[in-house]
Design a protein around this ligand. Structure first.
Ligand SMILES: Nc1ncnc2c1ncn2[C@@H]1O[C@H](COP(=O)(O)OP(=O)(O)OP(=O)(O)O)[C@@H](O)[C@H]1O
Ligand SMILES: [Zn+2]
Length: 692
């Protein structure tokens, strides 16, 4: 029966911040019934916002006049149930409102366009020309281990095998990408869409090129292969999102936000470098795209592949317990050897002139020898800038940031002191601002200084630095990577930006010059991250087996360390992730840490540490007799940023369900509690926090 005009009550998810107390979808009146998942515009306070009609039971008459839906995006098919379930789950799990999460993950332009404008964009999609015809690609014959992995995945895709998340544990250069390509091919052939997630925007062009090369002939329709990440222009992002939503895009490649793409025929999810911390969103709704990918695949009963040479300990534990199926690629393509890892004992180094703590005499000699043979090398230092701090030898002044509990980093190129936390930037002073001494000097080194020192020590060498500073402008990174691939670079200096994922064919030698810092961090995940980073870095060396055969010197990695005997380095030297994981998991288990316990972190920020702490202490008071353990509030590792003090408090539960039950009642209580703590500027709950 058609209802009279204005009489339907709809639930609409809108971006009302959770802290406003408007947690769930809100009621609106509508002239006609709308399918759940329809996009609408609705009034909220003085504004008009994008909303999504949310699936719900039929609503009783509220007994008062509701505001009406202002406009309906009729031209756009509604988001489907599966998408709404994903949002519901993620919002609940990470303790945010559905509307807030939806607004964070939908293309920003959707919020700005009117229904007419959106309809015009949709028409524009129809006018996209098809790509030029290309020859079918040549596919390499699979190595035996690859073939086995592909076969297992194909069995799941074909429905011949029960669906179970697969952990593709493959050493660097073992051809994991080829396994993704074959699995994707099977899913595409079955008429399904494929979602491929990568941790870094930087890695998307390379991956897009590989997938396009493989599938361009199979998928000639316009927009059949698209990417989704925050580096796109708003118009591109909307276009690609729409293509996915309409089912035109068959293959979607993207960063963590792409896990929320609307994909009506989704049939396979790939998460490359699944251990990478970038999969965790670090503000707003702090979701883990990796974990949501696993949830989404489970919900849809489609296969998901998590790939890594150094899986997260969470995933590894699932493989050990049998919840995930482990698919192993133990050898490199072409039978190439993994690079030999040499732990270089800094204590044993005889003091000699001209030797700095990073560029030791033996390291320079090795780089020189490689240079003379025309081989490429990579020097890895995870710190950008020229030097982490400037120092006055007279009065001991240091270049601290006036707004943060951190040093300002010296950047020589533009002669600035820059705070990497709050961005505060000043010209480098000519003399010590404290005592006037002219002799102020940098302490320590970043990539910029390393680059300079290398160029001085090895005249004639073509040294290139790649880090966040050298790649600020669009296209710079691509150009720099191309120079490396084309052999126009002898020595590449870089941060972790260059250690991840790149298929460098010419690099034979990798040196990590100062990695010890993370060994003694208070964060229990620091060793896991360091190990992964160094394994990745090592993995950039000697990737081309033909060069091995061609008599080039063996691929090698040097680690300059003061702690040669540390178990982490010993495992690294043997490429023994399995042993490393076993040791770490034993430690985690005896300490009651994840994956054997489940954590949430309550963070609070205020002008004073006392105010932040008072809120956290009061929050702890709220939870009497609960099944969770609360640790005392502690300052954040960088306690003050931009004049704001940051405190945090850890909550631990033995089971995920218990933690969730607890959070469901605690978070609303925190919203109320905040009203009595006016000095608190911001607070947030981080579920499954990554850095502590
Ligand atoms: N079966 C195969 N035959 C020949 N070459 C292959 C095969 N599989 C992969 N390759 C090539 O081997 C190289 C390494 O593969 P790939 O980049 O997929 O490794 P990976 O396991 O993803 O490495 P990493 O973890 O270091 O990124 C690539 O250049 C790829 O084209
Ligand atoms: Zn600062």
């Amino acid at each position: 029966m058609a209802e009279p005009a204005g009489s339907v009550t709809l639930q609409v998810a809108v971006d009302a911040p959770q802290h406003s107390g408007l947690a769930g979808p809100l009621d609106y009146a509508s002239e006609r019934a709308l399918t759940p998942g329809s996009l609408v515009r609705v009034p909220l306070g003085k504004r008009e916002l994008l909303g999504i009609v949310w699936p719900s039971e039929s609503q009783p008459d509220p007994g008062f006049a509701l505001k009406s839906v202002a406009a309906v995006f009729d031209a756009l098919p509604p988001l489907n149930d599966e998408w709404c379930r994903l949002l519901d789950f993620a919002a609940g799990y990470y303790q945010r409102s559905v509307g807030e999460l939806a607004s964070a993950v939908l293309p920003p332009q959707l919020r700005e366009l009117s229904p007419e404008q959106l309809a015009a964009r949709l028409r524009k999609l129809d006018r996209k020309p098809a790509s030029a015809a290309v020859a079918p690609p040549v596919r390499p014959d699979l190595a035996p281990e690859q073939a086995l992995a592909v076969q297992r995945l194909q069995a799941q895709i074909a429905g011949a095998e029960a669906i179970k998340p697969a952990l593709l544990f493959g050493v660097t250069g073992s051809g994991k990408t080829e396994v993704y390509l074959r699995a994707a091919e099977a899913a595409l052939a079955a008429g399904r869409q494929v979602l491929v997630l990568v941790p870094e925007i930087n890695l998307t062009p390379q991956l897009e090129a590989r997938f396009t090369e493989r599938f361009a002939a199979l998928l000639p329709q316009p927009l059949a292969i698209v990417s989704l990440h925050s580096g796109l222009t708003p118009a591109q992002r909307l276009q690609n999102w729409l293509a996915a939503h309409l089912g035109r895009a068959r293959l979607v490649l993207g960063t963590r936000l792409a896990v929320f793409a609307s994909l009506p025929d989704l049939g396979l999810i790939v998460v490359d470098e699944e251990h990478d911390p970038s999969y965790k969103q670090q503000d707003g709704a702090r979701y883990s795209a990796r974990d949501l990918a696993v949830w989404r695949a489970h919900d849809l009963k489609v296969p998901v592949v998590l790939g890594s040479a150094t899986p997260s300990l969470e995933s590894w534990q699932h493989a050990e317990s049998g919840r995930y199926e482990r698919l192993t690629l133990a050898s490199r393509i072409g039978g190439g050897a993994l690079p030999r890892v040499r732990l270089f004992d800094m204590k044993a180094l005889p003091p000699s002139a001209g030797v700095t703590t990073a560029l030791t005499a033996p390291l320079l000699a090795e780089l020189k020898a490689r240079l003379d043979r025309g081989e490429q090398s990579l020097v890895f230092l995870n710190r950008r800038g020229y030097a982490p701090v400037l120092h006055c030898g007279e009065c001991q002044w240091k270049s601290d940031c006036p707004h943060c509990s951190a040093w300002r980093v010296f950047h020589k190129r533009d002669r600035t002191l820059r705070c990497h936390h709050c961005g505060f930037t000043e010209r480098v002073p000519r003399a010590c601002p404290n005592c006037g001494n002219h002799d102020i000097a940098p302490i320590g080194r970043g990539t910029e200084r390393l680059e300079e020192q290398l160029a001085e020590a090895l005249p004639g060498a073509r040294v290139l630095r790649i880090d966040a500073d050298s790649t600020r402008r669009k296209g710079e990174l691509e150009a720099q990577l191309k120079a490396v691939h084309d052999g126009e670079v002898d020595i590449l200096v870089g941060t972790q930006m260059v250690t991840k994922g790149h298929d460098f064919r010419r690099i034979r030698f990798v040196a990590a010059v100062n990695p010890d810092g993370a060994l003694f961090s208070s964060d229990f995940r620091a060793p896991e991250r360091l190990f992964a980073l160094l394994m990745q870095a090592a993995g950039r060396a000697g990737r081309d087996a033909e060069q091995d055969a061609g008599g080039a010197s063996p691929g090698e990695m040097w680690v300059q360390t003061w702690h040669r005997d540390h178990a982490l380095y010993q495992a690294l030297a043997r490429h023994d992730y399995v042993r490393f994981a076993k040791d770490q998991l034993a430690e985690r288990q005896s300490a009651g840490l994840p994956p054997f316990a489940h954590l949430a972190l309550l963070r609070a920020e205020a002008r004073t540490a006392e105010a932040a702490k008072a809120f956290l202490s009061a929050a702890a008071e709220l939870m009497h007799g609960e099944n969770v353990l609360v640790y005392p509030p502690v300052p954040h590792a960088v306690a003050r940023v931009a004049d704001v003090e940051r405190m945090q408090m850890l909550v631990e539960a033995s089971q995920r369900g218990r933690l969730q039950t607890f959070l469901r009642s605690w978070v609303p209580a925190l919203i109320a509690l905040k009203r009595d703590h006016k000095a608190v500027l911001r607070w947030a709950v981080d579920v499954d926090p990554l850095s502590i």
